[in-house]
Design a binder for this molecule. Sequence first.
Ligand SMILES: [Zn+2]
Length: 54
Amino acid sequence: MAKEVECKSAGIDCPFMLRTENDDELVSFSQQHVKKTHKKDMSRQDILKMAKNV
Ligand SMILES: [Zn+2]
């Protein structure tokens, strides 16, 4: 099953959306985006928590 992460679901006004079946990829791409674009650090747990199963 694939997972999807959106900045919007974290309450951030940003069009970023990522969908993948690989948790490691999901976490690492999201962390990079959030760090680069929003200057925030998110833990693996935070990202998996905000991910939706799609
Ligand atoms: Zn974003």
